[in-house]
Design a protein around this ligand. Structure first.
Ligand SMILES: C[S@@+](CC[C@H](N)C(=O)[O-])C[C@H]1O[C@@H](n2cnc3c(N)ncnc32)[C@H](O)[C@@H]1O
Length: 185
């Protein structure tokens, strides 16, 4: 599979209210994200999930958003400010093959991986870096668009995640997406 980066202009579309007609981010996140939690989102784009996550963690929580494109993070910061949740969202620019999350080792309750793994050159390294940030009770919400990512490719990603110590605990059925909940085995 080609690892083509989502252009920044598509980021505006992905964060638009039109998408909410097909996916309600609050409803997707609510079973997993609670007040006071630390959430990590890799590849947040312009914040379709990060801003609802920031509302759910409340004033005592935080959402760390790591993206390889500064244009996405700039759009996310603007939207977070408009939504009044900017103080709860920390943005970090990363390298394509390194999230540089050593300071978050064992500190994260929930990791969000929405529509990003198929763009990453080394998904196994990403799963290893993500696993290292999780608390023992932590969970990863992993979701890929079914129009871009075949069942075979998604299963391959799950196999890579397992090699990093992440077990599949659920596979929620959601229209237009392939999704799995991962926890430390
Ligand atoms: C298709 S967009 C999805 C955005 C968002 N998760 C959503 O669902 O609206 C993919 C995002 O992942 C980011 N990305 C791609 N490769 C990455 C990498 N190696 N590390 C971190 N972020 C990456 C892109 O810049 C983009 O913001």
């Amino acid at each position: 599979m080609a690892h083509r980066l989502c252009p920044v202009w598509v980021g505006y579309f992905l964060a638009s209210p039109i998408r909410r007609l097909m996916q309600n981010p609050e409803r997707v996140l609510a079973p997993y994200v609670a007040p006071g939690m630390t959430v990590l989102e890799v590849g947040p784009g312009m914040g379709f999930f990060s801003i609802p996550a920031a509302r759910l963690v409340g004033v005592a929580g935080r959402v760390v958003c790591v993206d390889v494109q500064q244009g996405m993070l700039d759009g996310l910061k603007q939207r977070a400010a408009a939504a009044g949740v900017a103080p709860r969202i920390e943005t970090r620019l990363c390298e394509a093959n390194s999230l540089a999350l050593d300071d978050l080792a064992g500190a994260v309750d929930v990791v969000l991986l929405f529509y990003v793994v198929h763009e990453v050159p080394d998904p196994e390294k990403l799963f290893a870096e993500v696993a290292a940030t999780l608390k023992p009770s932590g969970a990863v919400l992993f979701s890929e668009p079914s129009f871009h990512v075949s069942r075979e490719s998604f299963d391959h990603s799950l196999a890579l995640a397992r090699r990093c110590g992440l077990a599949v605990t659920a596979t929620p059925r959601i229209a237009t997406r392939r999704s799995a909940i991962l926890k430390m085995a």
